[in-house]
Design a protein around this ligand. Structure first.
Ligand code: PLP
Length: 356
């Protein structure tokens, strides 16, 4: 027992020291000169050392598992993931000297699989995204390990009142902007943890900010938000990795979401291409989903004569998707033509009006 507590103390100390060495992520303006009264910003979560917003979640999930006594010295750690969370968890597992196995769909972008391996993690592949949960649980049972289960624990592992969560960081960085309290914060939902943290934080601090979740057209989340009896869809949730699910995850908290915007995958991809070009840095597909929704909200605010700010998230680096949504042949094989929606989102940045 003493030995276990000593190891847990050491492990928490390692994670805290890593946090202490890390800088916060940037909040980048995304200019729309035609809309001088509306400011859009992207929180660049790709600049975490493991390349995505899941770095925060992985840290929280390891601390939660350690403090709950679920992760001990030598515990093999297993996770179900569409890739990004597993990359970040592999990083923390290696820091603690733990074996890590990611259960991921076979369709996961190769760059994420390579990154998991880079941090010493192993991959266990399943054919369909819906198979990850049961496969991860049974693997953990077989290994007498711990299934982290981000889809259940994301919302409760993150300290939503403070502790440099993504919401606290956004509001602090907005302090000297012309509209410091955002009218909207726009994010995607994979576990639902990010929207839960932002929604709770805004309520706790009594900010007037609305939470808007940008959801892929195939996803169950917006259907569930509109009708709580809908708990799953049978069709694919789409090709935007990390967001949109076929089942409503336990961490998705619909009651604190003010609005949901449905975004077609082709629109997400077109916006990812356009924003990457405009910022001079490559962004993944879920960032495109967010930006498409931001364009709708900004155009709507402008039409009503409202002033204010909108903050969204640059979730991960587009380099992870160079073989998929940034690959011409991959797009052509799926009959995905980005030209027209790319023009629409480009027109938004030029004119402030949006036909999307
Ligand atoms: C790559 C990626 N994974 C996951 C998510 C979803 O986050 P969460 O699991 O907190 O709902 C996002 C959100 O935008 C994302 O871009």
């Amino acid at each position: 027992m003493t030995n276990t507590r000593e190891w847990v103390n050491w492990a928490i100390g390692r994670i805290e020291a890593d946090f202490n060495r890390s800088a916060d992520t940037h909040l980048i303006p995304l200019p729309v000169p035609a809309l001088p009264d509306i400011a859009i910003y992207l929180k660049d979560e790709s600049s975490h050392s493991t390349g995505s917003l899941k770095h925060r979640l992985a840290r929280s999930l390891f601390l939660y598992g350690l403090c709950n006594g679920w992760i001990c010295e030598g515990t093999p750690v297993v996770e179900a993931s569409s890739g990004s969370t597993a990359v970040s968890e592999a990083y923390f597992a290696r820091m603690l000297g733990l074996r890590f196995i990611a259960v991921v769909p076979r369709s996961t972008a190769q760059a994420k699989i390579d990154a998991i391996a880079f941090y010493g993690g192993e991959c266990h592949f399943v054919d369909a995204p819906g198979e990850v949960y049961a496969a991860a649980q049974s693997l953990a049972d077989d290994l007498q390990g711990h299934y982290i289960d981000q889809f259940t624990y994301a919302e409760r592992a993150t300290d939503w009142r403070s502790n440099n969560n993504i919401a606290e960081s956004i509001f602090a960085q907005m302090a000297r902007e012309p509209h410091p309290v955002p009218r909207w914060i726009v994010c995607g939902a994979g576990t639902g943890g990010t929207s839960a943290t932002i929604g709770r934080y805004a309520r706790y601090n009594r900010f007037g900010t609305g939470v808007c979740v940008a959801d892929p057209a195939g996803s169950v989340f917006h259907r569930h938000w509109a009708d709580r009896s809908v708990a799953r869809v049978d069709h694919s949730a789409g090709c935007i990795e990390g967001i949109g699910r076929q089942r409503v995850e336990p961490s998705f908290l619909p009651d604190i979401i003010d609005r949901m915007e449905i975004v077609e995958d082709i629109h997400s991809i077109a916006a990812a291409h356009e924003v990457s070009a405009r910022l001079g840095r490559s962004c993944g597909g879920s960032t495109g989903t967010n930006v498409w929704a931001c364009a709708r909200l900004a155009a709507e605010m402008a039409e009503r004569g409202e002033k204010g700010s909108i903050v969204s998230i640059l979730c991960d680096d587009g380099a992870r998707y160079r073989d998929t949504i940034f690959d011409k042949d991959w797009l052509a094989a799926r009959d995905l033509d980005v030209a027209a929606p790319r023009q629409a989102i480009s027109d938004f940045f030029e004119t402030g009006r949006f036909a999307g």
